[in-house]
Design a protein around this ligand. Structure first.
Ligand code: HEM
Length: 203
């Protein structure tokens, strides 16, 4: 995403993140594509409902943070979108510390969600600390890691559809998807940076 004009991949991220945003807002409205009883249960839990209210912000604003044209031409837009993004992650993450333990998964899924929550909170702290000391390269990397975690909101729904189509129950699917929606993407990014950094250092 280093060029001025966004490529097809960016548009894909934009549209899929927007779908996650819409699904979050739709869920909060009390309507759902899933089990209405499960929707009611989640919305009756203050931590889970608050988590969703905050967590729709990162998927709404995140994709725009990767556009060099916004960063270069309208830095204030990047700053304010970044503040709203970070507010969403900090609020969504803080409430997920509680919501992780009420999710409809086996015990393992609660640990998966908790690991995701802690990574979400730690990476935003690192990303913000880096920009506060004006270290742009480090800021970009931590914020990219953080967005990969925010983007789990979209990936988890795709994985749930696939796992349930394969015949797994809701609970089994969510237990697996609570890890598969973010860990492989994060590892792929780390490997990508490992090899590209190595190549840059050689040249
Ligand atoms: C990346 C860190 C995130 C973690 C750790 C996380 C964790 C969780 C957990 C544990 C639940 C279940 C709550 C319960 O059953 O009581 C949940 C539900 C939900 N979260 Fe998140 N979430 C994250 C990000 C997001 C984002 C970015 C969105 C944006 C839309 C989002 C939207 C929702 C929605 C709509 C639900 C309820 C519906 C459902 O389970 O399909 N979450 N989240």
């Amino acid at each position: 995403m280093a060029t001025q004009k966004p490529g097809g991949f960016w548009y894909f991220i934009l549209v899929s993140s927007f779908l996650a945003f819409l699904e979050g807002v739709h869920f909060l409205s009390g309507r759902t594509y899933g089990d209405p009883e499960e929707n009611k249960r989640i919305l009756s839990l203050v931590a889970s409902k608050s988590h969703i209210i905050f967590a729709v912000l990162p998927v709404a604003f995140g994709p725009f943070q990767f556009l060099p044209i916004i960063r270069n031409k309208w830095p204030l837009v990047h700053i304010w979108f970044g503040r709203l993004y970070s507010l969403g992650v900090v609020g969504g993450g803080a409430f997920a510390l509680k919501a992780s333990w009420t999710a409809n998964t086996y015990r393992l899924g609660h640990y998966h969600f908790m690991a995701l929550t802690l990574c979400w909170l730690c990476t935003i702290v690192q990303g913000l600390r880096a920009i506060w000391r004006r270290d742009i390269a480090t800021h970009k990397r931590w914020m990219t890691r953080n967005f990969i975690l925010s983007y789990a909101a979209f990936v988890i729904r795709v994985h749930l559809i696939i796992f349930m189509a394969m015949g797994l129950t809701d609970k089994e699917s969510l237990t697996i998807a609570s890890l598969s929606s973010w860990a492989p993407n994060l590892m792929a990014a780390e490997l990508w940076w490992y090899f590209t950094d190595k190549k840059t250092n050689i040249n």
